[in-house]
Design a protein around this ligand. Structure first.
Ligand code: ZN
Length: 162
């Protein structure tokens, strides 16, 4: 079965910043494959496009420019946040990435500067501004249930559990 919009695809990936010389920025191979309902914006646009038409067992590589990945770095994405919004405020250090509570749930930020009661953070995604190479191995492609399509995300292992 070839992956199409409104199918659920499970896949492993490794992602490198281009030019792909160093170590992977992130890899799923040591954990569960990622499970995604295609056509609902659950993953970056460039990767969603590249997965269309692929079948279980296929391996491929795709280069995705920053604009179709996590976007360009936005200099105005620096904010001052009260310490109470951090899970572990006593251990914040410049350069570390940590989740901070927002209206839309926890969001990963990079700590820039730690003050007495506030912290300056960079809200840009750590992969913003980077052209990326994905190495992908497709594990499974299946039809989505009507419930998954209504919710706009995949259920089951690697998907939403509810
Ligand atoms: Zn759901």
């Amino acid at each position: 079965m070839q992956a199409d919009n409104n199918h659920v695809i499970r896949f492993h990936y490794r992602v490198f910043a281009l030019p792909a010389a160093g170590e992977a920025l992130e890899s799923s191979f040591e954990r569960e494959p990622l499970t995604v309902l295609l056509g609902h914006g659950g993953i970056i646009q460039g990767l969603e496009q590249a997965l269309l038409g692929k079948s279980a067992g296929e391996r491929f590589e795709v280069d995705i420019p920053a604009a179709e990945a996590y976007g360009e770095i936005r200099p105005d994405f620096v904010q001052r946040v009260p310490k109470k919004y951090f899970r572990d405020p006593a251990h914040l250090k410049p350069g570390m990435q940590t989740p901070v509570g927002t209206n839309q749930g926890p969001r990963l930020v990079t700590v820039l500067k730690v003050g007495m009661s506030v912290v300056d953070v960079d809200l840009n995604h750590p992969m913003a501004g980077k052209d990326l190479r994905f190495e992908v191995e497709v594990v499974e492609v299946r039809e989505a249930s009507p419930e998954e399509i209504a919710h706009g995300h995949a259920h089951g292992p690697g998907g939403h559990q509810h």
